[in-house]
Design a protein around this ligand. Structure first.
Ligand code: WT7
Length: 652
């Protein structure tokens, strides 16, 4: 697997096994025949406005109908123009008029084992109350609210409450540091931060409020902070700035009229890593995003009213936004939410929960699957997993061996596996099996969903033939795509639309086989995929260089058994040498600046870095060294050949 973006990408994966769905699964599936898929896909390609317009009308509840389903071309398409709606109405109010009123919307379990179930009616009431709380704190339609919270029901409540009043939420994963919060607060100009005292993780309290306090010294836009009491950890409350969630909720009115917003009204900002510069504020808007996650939840997970659906992603990532909260709730489904770690109190926690709640659809990540494999089959084998009928995977390519284990040990060879390819920017799933019709191949995300028109092209934009590796692009816009990078539309155009003329490109290499199945090979830019999450090498480098010990740093990924990619840092220290104690210092320094998720796996001190004549660090060479490979790569532009040999000598 090469990460080089040059001309063609070599693919070495050979995989011929095929797993068709069982006839029983096919018969009952939402999309149940190849003809139906072909018809939907062709219609969406030839007449996207007609295809999505009809679905938007039949599947969403509008306060004011739209006049034009689609206006303009990518990169600036507008969807459902003239229409007004409210997302929380679509996730809550509309179900209250049906038998789902008292159906479980969220089944939540905390890490210590405490549980809460919120019916649609109960969730509606909490959302209305918190929407009133936000209004009381001065949040108006169009304002930004930062949510930095553990996986507790209050997070979903806060998201829906923002949507109810047309405020734009910006969720920051709890693993990020105070600096990262401050950067994001400033970029979004957030007015209010919602957090908790702490959250539980492997029996430890992860302090959140303390990080918020630290960040607020550098976030002048933030006026108020709301704090959920979760673990009881001691926190400092600043008068007239910090308020307890429970105090404010006690006084809040339980009805809150929903603000009907324009279809293109900003719903949320979610920061993601790019190869250069500060994190990118991916902006999603209301109607197109909602339609995308509604339809993909139904098509891909084959969601039915009887299902108990569990997506293990943290809501701090896009998977949690789209497939823990918005997609399932728009469909009136029951979504399971879990606060803590999969190995607490023991390695069987997930399987125990599947047995306890009789989970029927389970969606997790390859990095988790690799950990389960390592922990041993005895853990899942202790539990009754017979309620499962469908399994999903997301975040990175799944290795065929992990796929087979998932199929055998968890799915007992009867559950279809949907390997779903998508990105923060795409809002929803793009390429994935349809569980009722697609014969899956381990390691392939298979074929595009209706409305998704991908291609594999060269750097010049020429389509490639079967099994030729190239760049994965989208040729047609789709309703749930990002609309801009917050506050920087030029960067949006540059990052996604300048590489391949007329196409969306967000950095993956892939090939398409003779059956039209896509095999994603990973990122072609300088972006790591650590445990299924994108991290920019450049941000880790900046964090390193901000330490007085460091003169220069280059960061690359290397294959890591559990995390997919580990983080390897080549560091030129300022003083001669660089001790083991310095390594510790730098590891902690990166954790402090970005967060625990960016913890370096290796720090390698060196006296020089390989560079091109123009001074660019040759990361592909460093990648080989980090992976312990002999370099077979072209070094003709390398400025100083001796550096390569030197770096190898520096390895312990
Ligand atoms: C990148 C997007 C999608 C939500 C979680 C990550 C990689 C994601 C797959 C998959 C192969 C995958 C890609 C993509 N990726 N899913 N099923 N097969 N690769 O969202 O942080 O925006 O990262 O994750 O490289 O570009 P993200």
């Amino acid at each position: 697997m090469s990460k080089s973006a040059s001309i063609s990408i070599e693919s070495v994966l050979q995989e011929d096994r095929k797993f068709p769905p069982s006839p029983a699964f096919a018969t009952n599936a939402h999309i149940s025949s190849e003809e139906q898929y072909q018809q939907l896909w062709n219609r969406a390609k030839d007449d996207p406005a007609g295809f999505w317009g009809e679905l938007a009308q039949s599947e969403l509840e509008w306060s004011q109908p739209f006049t034009s389903a689609m206006q303009g071309k990518m990169p600036d398409t507008k969807w459902f123009v003239g229409g007004k709606l409210n997302l929380s109405v679509n996730c809550l109010d509309r179900h209250l008029k049906t038998w789902r009123k008292n159906k479980a919307a969220i089944i939540w379990e905390g890490e210590p084992g405490d549980t809460r179930t919120l019916t649609y009616q109960q969730l509606y009431r909490e959302v209305c109350k918190f929407a009133n709380v936000l209004k009381g704190l001065g949040v108006a339609t169009g304002d930004r609210v930062t949510l930095y919270m553990p996986m507790i029901p209050e997070l979903a409540i806060a998201m829906l409450a923002c949507a109810r009043i047309g405020a734009t939420h910006s969720i920051i994963f709890g693993g990020f540091s105070a600096d990262a919060i401050a950067d994001r607060n400033n970029d979004a100009q957030s007015k209010v931060v919602v957090t908790a005292d702490a959250g539980w993780r492997r029996g430890k309290e992860i302090a959140l409020k303390a990080n918020v306090d630290d960040s607020l010294a550098r976030s002048p836009s933030v006026q108020k902070v709301v704090v959920v009491r979760r673990t009881g950890l001691d926190v400092t409350m600043q008068p007239d700035r910090d308020y307890w969630w429970h105090d404010l909720m006690e006084r809040a009115d339980s009805e809150c009229p929903a603000v009907a917003v324009d279809s293109e009204h900003p719903l949320y900002i979610l920061y993601t890593s790019g190869s250069t510069g500060k994190p990118k504020g991916v902006l999603h808007t209301t109607a197109g995003y909602l339609l995308g996650v509604t339809m993909t939840s139904r098509w891909v997970f084959d969601l039915k009213d009887e299902d108990t659906y569990w997506c293990t992603a943290d809501i701090g990532w896009v998977t949690g936004h789209s497939y823990v909260v918005y997609g399932p709730l728009a469909n009136g489904a029951t979504t399971v939410m879990y606060e803590g770690a999969p190995n607490w109190p023991d390695y069987g926690r997930f399987w125990e929960m599947i047995e306890k709640y009789k989970v029927s659809i389970f969606y997790t990540a390859p990095t988790a699957i690799r950990a389960f494999i390592k922990w041993g089959d005895e853990w899942p084998n202790k539990h009754d997993l017979s309620s499962l009928r469908l399994l999903g995977s997301v975040g990175e390519p799944i290795n065929p061996e992990a796929w087979m284990w998932y199929h055998r040990v968890i799915g007992k060879e009867k559950c279809p596996i949907v390997d779903t390819w998508w990105q923060t920017e795409t809002g929803g799933i793009m390429i994935s099996p349809l569980p009722g019709i697609t014969a899956t191949k381990p390691g392939s995300c298979t074929r595009p969903l209706p409305g998704v028109v991908p291609d594999i092209v060269t750097e010049k934009g020429e389509s490639l033939g079967p099994n030729q590796g190239g760049l994965l692009v989208m040729k047609q816009s789709w309703p749930s795509m990002l609309r801009t990078l917050y506050g920087d539309h030029q960067r949006y155009l540059d990052v996604y639309f300048s590489k391949i003329d007329g196409c969306y490109f967000a950095g993956d290499g892939a090939r398409r086989d003779q059956d039209g199945y896509y095999w994603v090979m990973g990122r072609v830019d300088d972006v790591l995929n650590v445990s299924g999450h994108r991290l920019s090498t450049m941000e880790v480098e900046s964090a390193l260089v901000s330490n007085p010990l460091v003169a220069e740093a280059a960061v690359v990924g290397f294959p890591h058994e559990i995390k997919g990619e580990g983080i390897c840092c080549f560091v030129i220290p300022k003083a001669e040498g660089g001790s083991d104690a310095d390594k510790e210092t730098l590891i902690n320094h990166v954790r402090k600046h970005i967060g625990a998720l960016a913890t370096p796996d290796q720090i390698r001190f060196t006296t020089a870095l390989p560079k091109t004549r123009s001074g660019k660090i040759m990361r592909r060479l460093l990648r080989d060294i980090a992976a312990g490979k002999e370099s077979s790569q072209d070094t003709t532009t390398l400025e100083d050949y001796s550096i390569l040999a030197k770096l190898r000598d520096d390895e312990e």
